[in-house]
Design a protein around this ligand. Structure first.
Ligand SMILES: [Zn+2]
Length: 286
């Protein structure tokens, strides 16, 4: 009885709803980031997190989704930019109210908090208090750092810069190695998990950039990161039906799909990790 309940809840969490890179995706981003931090940044982070690694806190913003007090952050894990909109339009739209509406605004808020901007810090603390939410380690900075690590990962998952009508691909049914799922989940976790590597192995295998490549990745803006996700997102939609199964009529992915897409997933995780490090170095080495 207990086991079947467990299986059922596992099934629910892994196959029905999906919110962000799976747990290992976020850990891979954090692990890559650690390798590109300056000594000064590392010691600043140690001051905030104590003994914990970035990989340990990277999934915290997903864990707290089960606490209703943190529900106000649910929309922070993605942004919506439809084909008839530009990044600037969406940003202007969201600026009209004081709320933090999406990943872009949340990333900027967390960055400001870590830079000790008083207004940003007060805003976040008021929001937490108003909702009766509990901070990570009772620290505003640790909480902001966990969100920053997590959300920079999310914004690099191409289907987290989604289209409204299909909820970033959550509504698009596909098969992955014979299992029914959706395209969003395939991109969040299935492609990564299929490699059967630990997060440290995965990070180690892909983290082989030259200094020039690191500098190139870090030279891009938050808008560029989102635009890259849109380009990749459109590629995903355009190639979806290349894999249609004759019988089910659904896009049905197996080895060929894995082979065709793993490089894109690796590149996005690598970019997220390196850019997160770039941003943290900028914050802590002013
Ligand atoms: Zn997320």
């Amino acid at each position: 009885m207990k086991l079947s309940m467990l299986m059922f809840s596992l099934l629910l969490t892994t196959h029905v709803y999906s919110f962000s890179w799976g747990a290992n995706g976020h850990r891979i981003v954090a692990q890559i980031c650690e390798d590109h931090l300056t000594e000064k940044t590392k010691s600043e982070i140690k001051g905030i997190l104590g003994k914990e690694y970035l990989a340990e806190i990277a999934n915290w913003p997903d864990f707290i989704k089960s606490e209703k007090e943190w529900n106000f952050t649910n929309s922070w894990h993605y942004t919506t930019i439809n084909m008839d909109q530009t990044f600037e339009q969406v940003k202007e739209d969201y600026k009209k109210d004081k709320n933090i509406n999406d990943a872009i605004e949340a990333i900027e808020l967390m960055k400001n908090i870590l830079q000790e901007d008083k207004i940003a810090t007060q805003y976040f603390e008021d929001l937490i208090q108003k909702n009766n939410a509990t901070k990570l380690g009772n620290s505003t900075k640790a909480t902001a750092l966990a969100f920053l690590v997590h959300l920079i990962g999310d914004i690099h998952q191409p289907l987290h810069v989604g289209k409204n009508k299909d909820q970033g691909g959550n509504k698009i049914a596909v098969e992955y190695f014979g299992e029914k799922t959706n395209i969003h989940t395939v991109w969040d976790s299935e492609i990564i998990e299929h490699e059967r590597l630990s997060y440290t192995e995965f990070a180690h295998f892909i983290n082989k950039l030259s200094k020039e490549e690191v500098a190139e990745y870090q030279s891009h803006s938050l808008e560029d990161w989102a635009q890259e996700s849109i380009v990749l997102r459109e590629f995903i939609y355009n190639t979806l039906y290349d894999y249609t199964d004759r019988d089910s009529g659904l896009p049905s992915f197996s080895w060929q799909f894995q082979h065709d897409n793993i490089n894109f997933v690796e590149e996005r995780l690598l970019q997220a990790g390196v850019r997160l490090a770039g941003l943290l170095n900028e914050i802590f080495n002013p």
